[in-house]
Design a protein around this ligand. Structure first.
Ligand code: NAP
Length: 285
C-alpha cells in the first residue's frame, strides 16, 4: 500500500484500544481491493471525546468506528443518527458526508446477518444474556428475525427491564430476568446469545454464564466474546449438542457493514475474517 497525498483515513476511537484487531481486518480489505485508504487506532480518553470528534469532522475523515467507553456518549456530538443507532441507542460506526457526521449501529446488522445464515435457527424463544450495547443490538436483531418470545437476563435488573419494555413497545413479547435466574429459563431457549464479557480473556476467561446441563440439544448458542475464539460457554454448548457461533463472525460482519458504509464497496469477507483471525492468534498478516 502506497500512502500519498490522496490517502483517505478511517479509524477506531476508544479506550483502551490496543488489543483491537480492526486495523488488520480493514487494512487487509483495503489492500486486496487496491483502495487508497488506511485504518488507524486512536486511544481517546473520555474527557477528550468532544475534541476528538470535532477534529475528525474537520479533517473530513472517511469514517470511523467507536468502541467502549464512547458508544453512547458520542451520540450528542454527532449531526445525525441512522435508524439502527436510534433503535439500539448506541453508535459503533460514523460516516462523514459533506462535513456532517452520521452515526450507525452495525453490531445490529452483524448479529442479524450471522443468525440469518444459520439453517438450524428456530425463531421461538430467544435468550439474551446482558443488557448493555451488545445486548440491546441482540434484542433488536431478534425482533427483526421475528422471535416469538425474548428473555433478557442481566446482573442489573433495571437495565434488563428497560430493554424488555422497549422490545414490548415494538410489539414483541419480552421478559426481563436476573442473571441469577438464568438456568431456570435457559433449557427451553432455541437461541442463547452471550452479550456480557463473561468468558473473555484475560480476567474472565474461566467464566461461563451457563453450563451444559442448562443448554438444549439442537439449540443455537452465539457468544459475542471472540477472544478466546472457543469460549467456555461455546465448549459447554458443544458438549450439550448445540450449534455454536463465535463472536468473531459478528465482528467481521459488523466490520464489513462499516466498510460498505464508508466506501460504498462490498469488502472481501473471507480476507477480513482471516486477517482478524491471524491478528487474534498473534500471527503477522
Ligand atoms: P456494555 O455496554 O458495557 O455492557 C456490558 C454488559 O455485560 C452489561 O449487561 C453488564 O451488566 C454485563 N456485565 C459486565 N460485567 C459482568 C460480569 N462480571 N458479570 C455479569 N455481567 C456482566 O458492553 P457491550 O458493548 O454490550 O459488550 C458486551 C460484550 O460483547 C463484550 O465482551 C464485547 O467485547 C462483546 N461484543 C462483541 C461484539 C462482536 O462483534 N463480536 C460486538 C459488540 C460487543 P450490568 O448492566 O449489570 O453492568
Amino acid at each position: 500500500m502506497q500512502i500519498n497525498s490522496c490517502t483517505r483515513l478511517c479509524c477506531l476511537i476508544g479506550h483502551p484500544v490496543k488489543h483491537s484487531v480492526s486495523p488488520q481486518m480493514h487494512n487487509a480489505a483495503f489492500k486486496e481491493l487496491g483502495l487508497n485508504c488506511i485504518y488507524l487506532v486512536f486511544d481517546v480518553l473520555e474527557e477528550m471525546l468532544r475534541e476528538a470528534v470535532d477534529g475528525l469532522r474537520s479533517l473530513r475523515i472517511l469514517g470511523f468506528n467507536v468502541t467502549i467507553p464512547h458508544k453512547i456518549r458520542i451520540i450528542k456530538f454527532l449531526d445525525e443518527l441512522d435508524n439502527s443507532a436510534k433503535l439500539v441507542k448506541a453508535v459503533n460506526t460514523v460516516v462523514q458526508r459533506n462535513g456532517e457526521l452520521i452515526g450507525y449501529n452495525t453490531d445490529l446488522y452483524g448479529i442479524e446477518q450471522v443468525l440469518r445464515e444459520v439453517d438450524e435457527l428456530n425463531c421461538g424463544l430467544g435468550l439474551i444474556i446482558g443488557a448493555g450495547g451488545a445486548g440491546r443490538a441482540s434484542a433488536i436483531a431478534l425482533t427483526n428475525l421475528g422471535f416469538s418470545e425474548i428473555i433478557i437476563a442481566n446482573r442489573t435488573f433495571k437495565r434488563a427491564s428497560n430493554l424488555a419494555k422497549q422490545i414490548r413497545e415494538l410489539g414483541f413479547s419480552a421478559k426481563p430476568i436476573l442473571l441469577t435466574d438464568l438456568s431456570r429459563y435457559a433449557s427451553s431457549a432455541n437461541l442463547i446469545i452471550n452479550a456480557t464479557p463473561l468468558g473473555m480473556a484475560p480476567n474472565l476467561i474461566s467464566e461461563t454464564p451457563l453450563k451444559r446441563d442448562h443448554i438444549k440439544r439442537g439449540s443455537v448458542v452465539l457468544d459475542l466474546v471472540y477472544n478466546p475464539l472457543r469460549t467456555k460457554l461455546l465448549i459447554e454448548a458443544e458438549k450439550a449438542g448445540a450449534y455454536t457461533i463465535s463472536g468473531l463472525k459478528v465482528l467481521v460482519a459488523q466490520g464489513a457493514r462499516s466498510f460498505k458504509l464508508w466506501t460504498g464497496i462490498d469488502p472481501p469477507i473471507g480476507t477480513m475474517y482471516s486477517a482478524a483471525l491471524k491478528a487474534l492468534r498473534g500471527e503477522k498478516t
